[in-house]
Design a protein around this ligand. Sequence first.
Ligand SMILES: C=C(O[C@@H]1C=C(C(=O)O)C=C[C@H]1O)C(=O)O
Length: 103
Amino acid sequence: MGRDLNSDTIADLRHAIDIVDTKLFELLEHRFDLATRIAPLKTDPQAIEDVDRNREIFDRIAALAARTGIDSVDAVEIWRAILRASLSCQRNFLARSQSGSNE
Ligand SMILES: C=C(O[C@@H]1C=C(C(=O)O)C=C[C@H]1O)C(=O)O
């Protein structure tokens, strides 16, 4: 960014991608932490998947994608994977709570 596109080498650009991936990872960690804090607040903590909320998120992501150059089908697919991982974090957290290992 800010530089003449042709002056970037593949190595420069891959390095920039690695930095972006690290930031994305940190954001994902934060997102999973928030989702994990929601799990024990649900009336039935075993039923943690909320398909209506998932749909709301997918619709919002598709709308955000439509405002950018990102394909909305691709964007929703990425968020499907994020929600799958999020649910896994929540389930692991609840399983650890039940075995007392979160204390
Ligand atoms: C975190 C929640 O639990 C689940 C995980 C979600 C998420 O990671 O955003 C969204 C909906 C639920 O399927 C929630 O209900 O908000």
